[in-house]
Design a protein around this ligand. Structure first.
Ligand SMILES: *Cc1c(COP(=O)(O)O)cnc(C)c1O
Ligand code: SF4
Length: 338
């Protein structure tokens, strides 16, 4: 690698200039099952039921789906199905016991040494398999008074060395709000890492705009952004640009996926996902088995099959492209490997 050659590519890649600002795209996102079907040229569903979890799909994500294909792997993540109404034993409204972990308003102490700041309940997309699908997503306009309480708690507890901005999706917050949160956290001497868990750079890559990069640059700790893509078709040129931009300001970019029947329960698809992520500049980190949330049982993949799939990926790819297969267990101090 030469200083003039490779290093010159570390300049911040430009965001797509023709794209509309992310807030406009979010404001005009698809919000009904009927519109989603119509836009993809699919037959109407007479029930049109969203099972109490509204549809939310930005255009940028829709544009990666195949029109006319009801089995499209991206569509399957966001389209309500009658199967969601089937009650299945063991699938509940709060499968990971999250409501028991609240240490302060908006602060979850679930994992040892790490605190989750639930910065907002809102997301840029609604994933049908989400374990938070039964939470009241929309009803939380929050201001500085709210996160200052959470940050005081972090400041008072030196055993916390990492804050994870989570949600919902923390990148639904505006850049000024994020910058203010990061600045407040920057005053806490015992923090060593800062992490985001977000699906936004995947579903709405224009979110990684210049002002976000400005808010991220120059912070006192290394930062990690864990993306959430489940299928290689989600990784398009816009996503690759967003990842390159995050890396250009020094972030480590990882991905977590959820293993979903009918979406990515296939060795070839998982291997292609790892390859697409790596080509775009992100490393596969976790492959989660489904949290048993009510309404999502049709996405479940048996443990044995999950282990076989990951073994299949391991046969094909180098170790750094094989995600760790894990499960969320209520009350455990971290993810549990399968
Ligand atoms: C698993 C998980 C974490 C913690 O992840 P570790 O890498 O095990 O510390 C934080 N946030 C979300 C949303 C997670 O799914
Ligand atoms: S983006 Fe994440 S938190 Fe939001 S609905 Fe999808 S899986 Fe759930």
């Amino acid at each position: 690698m030469t200083a003039t050659g490779e290093h010159s590519s570390l300049q911040t890649p430009a965001a797509g200039s023709s794209a509309r600002p992310w807030r406009d795209q979010l404001a005009t996102a698809i919000r009904s099952p009927a519109e989603l079907r119509r836009r993809l040229g699919l037959a109407a569903d007479p029930t049109g039921d969203d099972h109490g979890f509204p549809v939310l799909v930005p255009e940028a994500y829709l544009s990666r789906m195949r029109p006319g294909d009801p089995d499209d792997p991206l569509l399957r993540q966001v389209l309500p199905l009658a199967l969601e109404g089937v009650v299945v034993d063991g699938f509940s409204a709060d499968p990971v016991g999250e409501s028991a972990c609240q240490a302060a308003p908006g602060l979850l102490r679930k994992y040892r040494g790490r605190a989750l700041l639930v910065a907002t309940g809102a997301c840029a997309v609604h994933c049908r398999y989400c374990f938070r699908r039964h939470y009241p997503y929309q009803d939380r306009p929050r201001g500085r008074h709210w996160w200052s309480t959470a940050i005081e708690h972090v400041a008072a507890d030196p055993t916390i060395d990492e804050v994870i901005l989570s949600g919902g999706d923390p990148l639904v917050l505006g850049n000024q709000t994020l910058a203010a949160i990061l600045s407040d956290l920057g005053d806490i001497a015992h923090l060593r890492r800062l992490r985001f868990h977000t699906r936004m750079p995947v579903v709405l890559p224009e979110r990684v705009d210049d002002a976000l990069l400005s808010a991220l640059v120059g912070r006192p700790w290394p930062m990690v952004m864990v993306l959430h893509a489940n299928h290689p078709n989600e990784i398009d040129a816009g996503v690759a640009t967003a990842i390159a931009r995050l890396r250009s300001v020094g972030l480590l970019v990882l991905n977590q996926a959820v293993l979903l029947a009918g979406v990515n329960d296939d060795v070839d698809v998982l291997a292609r996902l790892s390859n697409a992520l790596f080509t775009a500049g992100a490393l596969p980190y976790y492959l989660h088995v489904l949290d048993p949330v009510a309404g999502a049982a049709h996405y479940a993949v048996p443990d044995r099959r999950a282990q076989d799939l990951v073994a299949g990926v391991r046969e094909r790819l180098p170790g750094y492209l094989v995600p760790r297969l894990v499960r969320e267990v209520a009350g455990a101090s971290g993810k549990v490997p399968l």
